[in-house]
Design a protein around this ligand. Structure first.
Ligand SMILES: Nc1ncnc2c1ncn2[C@@H]1O[C@H](COP(=O)(O)OP(=O)(O)OP(=O)(O)O)[C@@H](O)[C@H]1O
Length: 317
């Protein structure tokens, strides 16, 4: 079994009007040790909801999340099983995720306490800071004394203090400028390589995802439409929505890359594909997504990642 395993996950919210929004409509996802799995998709498709349910921050309507073979308990119900503390989350906004009134040593101390009692050697605050490229000497300072990139390093140091085996990072670079984005992405890669943590990397930034992810998972309207090793998926996406997403990436020269530039037999995302089942209230993107895609490539020994047929989710029905 995978380190983090999500099966048929459904997350629903009740809106102000009382209507139910299905944010995650039955998703499967796996993260292995030492692996970076990127979760990409347009804003509002349900990535954060999936990430929060994965670490127990929200209770799913149905489905299962297991970490190291044990069910992930939603926070606040009862004390988290000790092993589950090795599943940590890093949030998008390092300005709001660090309490501005607490010193760096105290913030990281929270993570250190999490790893207490598990029999292993407790790290020091300085070790955690140095692991993310910061000086141990900053421990007495406050978050406002640091740039966005440095704050995100502090947030990662806090997660590392718990000696995690898996980290869910929800848009950890999107609040940062371009150079900080690259350096935080590099830091995460080095942590995965050195510590063999599994990383679920939720991101809008497709060019960074392409560079760092072992597996790319494409989400659309609450469903996973394609999961595959990154290189073949980016070279020749099978699902029309993935092709459209990849086709929209801007090249370094500023040109948008069109899907027709892609090698392989990639469908034109502007047209409903053959076999598409028309839904009268769906925009064309949803029609495109309603096409059936064959089983995806083999992910590892004996395992294939299915491409799910995307159907209009409850929010649109
Ligand atoms: N607390 C909430 N209450 C009601 N609806 C919510 C809540 N949180 C999210 N939603 C809705 O659930 C859907 C998925 O939201 P989610 O934040 O998971 O998407 P996302 O892909 O992470 O978006 P983004 O990339 O913009 O963060 C959206 O329609 C959103 O409006």
């Amino acid at each position: 079994m995978s380190l983090l395993s999500i099966r048929d996950l459904v997350v629903r919210y009740r809106g102000h009007s009382g209507a139910t929004v299905t944010a995650v409509a039955g998703c499967d996802l796996d993260v292995e040790e030492g692996q970076i799995v990127a979760l990409v998709g347009e804003s509002g498709c349900g990535k954060s909801s999936l990430g929060k349910a994965a670490v127990g921050l929200i209770r799913p309507a149905s489905g299962s999340v297991t970490f190291d073979g044990e069910p992930v308990e939603p926070l606040g119900q009862r004390a988290r099983p000790a092993a589950q503390r090795r599943l940590q989350m890093v949030f998008q906004d390092p300005f709001s995720s660090l309490n501005p009134r607490r010193r760096i040593a105290d913030l990281i101390g929270d993570g250190l306490r999490v790893s207490e009692g598990d029999g292993g050697r407790r790290l020091s605050v300085g070790e955690c800071l140095e692991r993310v490229g910061l000086s141990a000497g900053i421990a007495d300072r406050f978050p406002h004394q640091f740039s966005g990139g440095q704050r995100q390093r502090i947030a990662i140091a806090r997660a590392l203090a718990a000696q995690p085996r898996c980290i869910v990072a929800d848009e950890p670079i999107s609040a940062l400028d371009a150079s900080a984005q690259a350096s935080i992405a590099n830091l995460l890669v080095s942590l995965v390589d050195d510590l063999k943590v599994g990383l679920l990397f939720i991101s809008h930034d497709l060019s960074i995802v392409r560079r760092i992810a072992d597996i790319t998972t494409v989400m659309y309207l609450g469903r996973i439409v394609e999961t595959a090793p990154s290189e073949p998926l980016w070279r020749a996406p099978l699902h029309p929505y993935s092709a459209g997403l990849i086709g929209a990436i801007t090249e370094p020269d500023g040109r948008g890359r069109m899907p027709t530039d892609l090698p392989g037999d990639v469908p034109d995302p502007a047209l409903p594909p053959p076999g598409c089942r028309f839904h009268p209230r769906c925009p064309i993107a949803i029609q495109r997504c309603a096409v059936e895609v064959p089983e995806r490539r083999v992910l590892g020994p004996g395992r294939t990642a299915a491409c799910h047929r995307a159907e209009p989710v409850a929010a649109f029905a």
